[in-house]
Design a protein around this ligand. Structure first.
Ligand SMILES: *Cc1c(COP(=O)(O)O)cnc(C)c1O
Length: 428
């Protein structure tokens, strides 16, 4: 495939945008080569500036659960835009999407909308600190909660891919309040809690991790965290920016039947526009300004275009009773096809999957936490990535990312993907 225009556009972008991109993982740093400049997308496909077509497994890093340019979302945004794009005043639409979100997600009474997943997680932690009057948080190595200072300690995916899991610019004062635990290791969490009695405001976790590949929680792990939090007056924050409205319409709380105290959303909730949200029971949410003392605000929060997109998306998910099952079946089909193709060619690998999230690791050991994820063979991944790209299959340019399955994928698309793996597997 030729990337002539993408190369030229990347060159021009680098002159005026750091690294040519507005978010680091887009830059292909970990895999080499030229990032592909998108021109348009429809359903399961993305088209680049050179006219190449790709079956898309990134899907804007998650939001496009129902495919690109999903008509109900596009129509809602176009319609709203004609009536004004921002007011800085409350709108009826905000209540409508809030009511729907509260009805879909278990265990929440109120929700506040922000502009990104980063903002949602950052605000959730501030709220937890204000509510518990404690300072420290526990996060898990390899989990990503956006780029706010407290979270750039062993952050997954983008940060790891670039070799900067701990970013310069985060002060020691901030870093000391973030305690680091091992994913899927309850005894490690217990030790940290015992060593910091009455100091921990919250445990924040991706209840199914998606930023070190896809790593589901082992049996009892989330329940164990719930129990530790209950016993120690700690709030449990589920960062469902990736999993919310994706793994079940009520997210991992519903899927695993474990209650969180605060839940963060992003990605799917905005249907492809910049939206995040955080939600909790009344007693916690009422601590937020203007009701309570914890400050949080946003000029464009609840923006009408963003809310129109989000509402159309959530309505479609809510109404489609067969959706989650269909996504599960498609992902399982892909999993089996890829595994067969790699096995036939004796390529060492491990595939993790839950619902519509799947990741392929070039490693023979089980991938259950950051350390085991980092053991994957990166040279093999690079060859795999470029081989797939050349066959018109676009997966994330990092071994630490999950593939996002969209309902727009047909079984023909899945077969084309599996055929691509078969064609390149002998060279891996
Ligand atoms: C993407 C992501 C975020 C950050 O969301 P942004 O909208 O990129 O700020 C936070 N948490 C998780 C789990 C994510 O996957």
């Amino acid at each position: 495939m030729l990337y002539k225009r993408s190369s030229a556009l990347f060159k021009a972008a680098k002159d005026v945008i750091p690294g040519g991109v507005n978010s680091p993982v887009r830059a292909f740093s970990a895999v080499g080569g030229t990032p592909i400049f998108a021109k348009s997308a429809k359903g399961a496909y993305v088209y680049d500036e050179d006219g190449n077509r790709f079956i898309d497994y990134i899907n804007s890093w998650g939001p496009m659960l129902l495919g690109h340019a999903f008509p109900p979302v596009v129509d809602a945004v176009v319609e709203k835009a004609k009536a004004g794009t921002s007011f800085g005043m409350p709108t009826a639409l905000e209540t409508e999407i809030a009511e729907l979100a509260v009805s879909m997600v278990p265990n929440i009474d109120k929700i506040r909308f922000v502009n990104s997943g980063t903002e949602a997680c950052m605000s959730a932690v501030r709220l937890a600190r204000g509510f518990t009057k404690k300072d420290k948080i526990i996060k898990f190595a390899g989990c990503y909660h956006g780029h706010s200072d407290s979270f750039l300690i062993a952050a997954g995916s983008g940060a790891v891919t670039l070799g900067t899991p701990n970013s310069p610019g985060v002060t020691e004062g901030t870093a000391k309040d973030t305690l680091l635990a091992k994913y899927n290791d309850l005894s490690n969490v217990k030790e940290l809690v015992e060593a910091n009695i009455n100091e921990i405001a919250a445990i924040i976790i991706e209840p199914v991790a998606g930023n070190m590949g896809c790593i589901p929680p082992v049996d009892g792990f989330l329940e164990g965290l719930r129990a530790i939090c209950d016993a120690n007056d700690i709030l449990l924050i589920f960062d469902e920016v990736m999993t919310g409205f994706r793994l079940a319409k009520g997210g991992v709380q519903e899927l695993k039947n474990v209650d969180a105290d605060i839940v963060c959303f992003g990605k799917v909730v905005g249907g492809g526009l910049p939206v995040g949200a955080f939600a909790a029971r009344d007693e916690i949410m009422n601590h937020l300004a203007p009701l309570g003392p914890v400050y949080q605000a946003g000029t464009l929060s609840g923006n009408p275009l963003a809310m129109a997109a989000g509402l159309a998306m959530l309505k479609s998910i809510d109404a489609d009773k067969g959706l989650m099952n269909r996504l599960d079946e498609k992902t399982k089909y892909l999993h089996n096809g890829i595994a067969d193709a790699l096995n036939k060619n004796k390529v060492t690998h491990t595939i993790n999957r839950i619902g519509s999230m799947i990741s392929v690791h070039f490693s023979e050991d089980a991938v259950v936490d950051f350390d085991s994820s980092a053991k994957g063979n990166n040279e093999t991944f690079k060859k795999f990535f470029h081989g797939m790209l050349d066959k018109g299959i676009y997966i994330a340019p990092s071994a630490f990312e999950t593939w996002f399955i969209t309902d727009a994928l047909t079984y023909l698309d899945l077969n084309e993907t599996i055929a691509a793996v078969e064609a390149i597997a002998k060279d891996l």
